[in-house]
Design a protein around this ligand. Structure first.
Ligand code: PBE
Length: 267
C-alpha cells in the first residue's frame, strides 16, 4: 500500500464500458450517491476495459472498473467488488429473456424453449472462458451443448421442430451476452430455425424487441441494471423468463488494492 488515496492512485478515473450499458447508469448514480465529485467515468467497450484490466494486473497497478458476474475476468484474475452500502448497484440481479409481444403467437416453439431456458454461472463461465481462450464463439457454444445435452434436452423436450422459420436475436458484445446468445442460437438452429444474431448497442437492443424488429434478447438484467429500458418500453415486450439468478454488477478492483468500499473513494 502507499500513502496515496485511491483517487490519486487512479487519477480519479473509473474505467467503464459502452455508454448504453446499465452499469454505466448505475455508476453515474454511485458517483452522485457517494459524492464522488472529482471522479470521472470513462466510456469504451467491454473489450477495451478488460484490456486495460489486463495491463494493470500484469504490472500490479491500481485500476477501478465497472465489473459484473458472471464474467471470465473473475476466473482469470483475483478481483473483488467494492462494498456498496448506499445500494447504488442494487442487490442480487437476474438475467431475463425478453421477447417481442408477437413471439408467443408467431413462434410458439422458440417461445417455449426460451421460457424453459435456465442455466447457471458455471455453465456460462465455461463458454466465456473458451471464447476468451481463443475459441470461435459458435464453436464454444457447440462444445458446451455437446457436453451438456441433458440440460439442453430439458429446454427442448416436447417442443415441435420447425422448418426454417427465421428468428432474430439482438445482443450487445458483452462477453456474458455473447456466450448466452451463441448457445441459444445453436439450440434454436437445432430446432429448425434459421437464426440471425444482430449485434447492436444496449438501447437499440431493447428498441428492436419492443418494436418487433427482433424476436428476443437474452440480456435483460433486472430489476436494477436495465430498469430504465424496461420502464421506457413497458407494455411493449414480454418478460419471457429468468435464465439466471444471483448475478451482480458493481465497482471492481484487483485484490491487491487496499480499498474495500465505494466509500473509500471519497478519501
Ligand atoms: N452488463 C452485462 C450489462 C448487462 C449485461 C452488466 C455489462 C449492462 O450493464 O447493461
Amino acid at each position: 500500500s502507499s500513502d496515496k488515496t485511491a483517487g490519486e492512485m487512479v487519477d480519479y478515473k473509473i474505467t467503464g464500458i459502452d455508454p448504453g450499458a446499465g452499469i454505466m447508469e448505475a455508476t453515474d448514480r454511485a458517483i452522485s450517491d457517494y459524492g464522488l465529485d472529482k471522479w470521472e467515468l470513462t466510456t469504451g467497450s467491454g473489450a477495451a476495459m478488460t484490456a486495460a484490466l489486463k495491463k494493470a494486473v500484469d504490472k500490479e497497478e491500481p485500476i477501478i472498473i465497472t465489473g459484473w458476474s458472471p464474467h471470465w475476468m473473475f476466473t482469470k484474475y483475483d478481483l473483488k467488488y467494492l462494498d456498496d452500502p448506499e445500494g447504488s448497484y442494487g442487490g442480487a440481479e437476474e438475467i431475463h429473456t425478453i421477447g417481442s409481444l408477437d413471439l408467443a403467437k408467431d413462434k410458439p416453439e422458440a417461445h417455449q424453449i426460451l421460457q424453459n431456458f435456465k442455466w447457471d454461472e458455471e455453465d456460462m463461465g465455461e463458454v466465456m472462458v473458451a471464447i476468451i481462450d481463443g475459441e470461435d464463439p459458435a464453436d464454444a457454444a457447440q462444445s458446451w451443448i455437446d457436453e451438456n445435452q441433458d440440460k439442453v434436452d430439458s429446454w427442448t423436450e416436447g417442443v415441435d421442430k420447425v422448418d426454417g422459420d427465421e428468428f432474430t436475436f439482438v445482443y450487445v458484445a458483452w462477453d456474458s451476452t455473447v456466450a448466452s446468445t451463441n448457445v441459444m442460437a445453436k439450440v434454436l438452429e437445432d430446432q429448425g430455425y434459421k437464426v440471425k444474431m444482430s449485434q447492436v448497442e444496449a438501447g437499440p437492443m431493447w428498441t428492436a424487441v419492443a418494436d418487433g424488429s427482433a424476436d428476443a434478447l437474452l440480456a435483460g438484467w433486472l430489476p436494477v441494471t436495465h430498469k430504465t429500458y424496461a420502464e421506457k418500453y413497458d407494455g411493449k415486450f414480454e418478460d419471457v423468463g429468468t435464465s439466471m439468478e444471483g448475478v451482480k454488477i458493481g465497482l471492481t478492483v484487483p485484490e491487491y488494492m487496499d480499498i474495500d468500499s465505494i466509500e473509500d473513494l471519497k478519501k
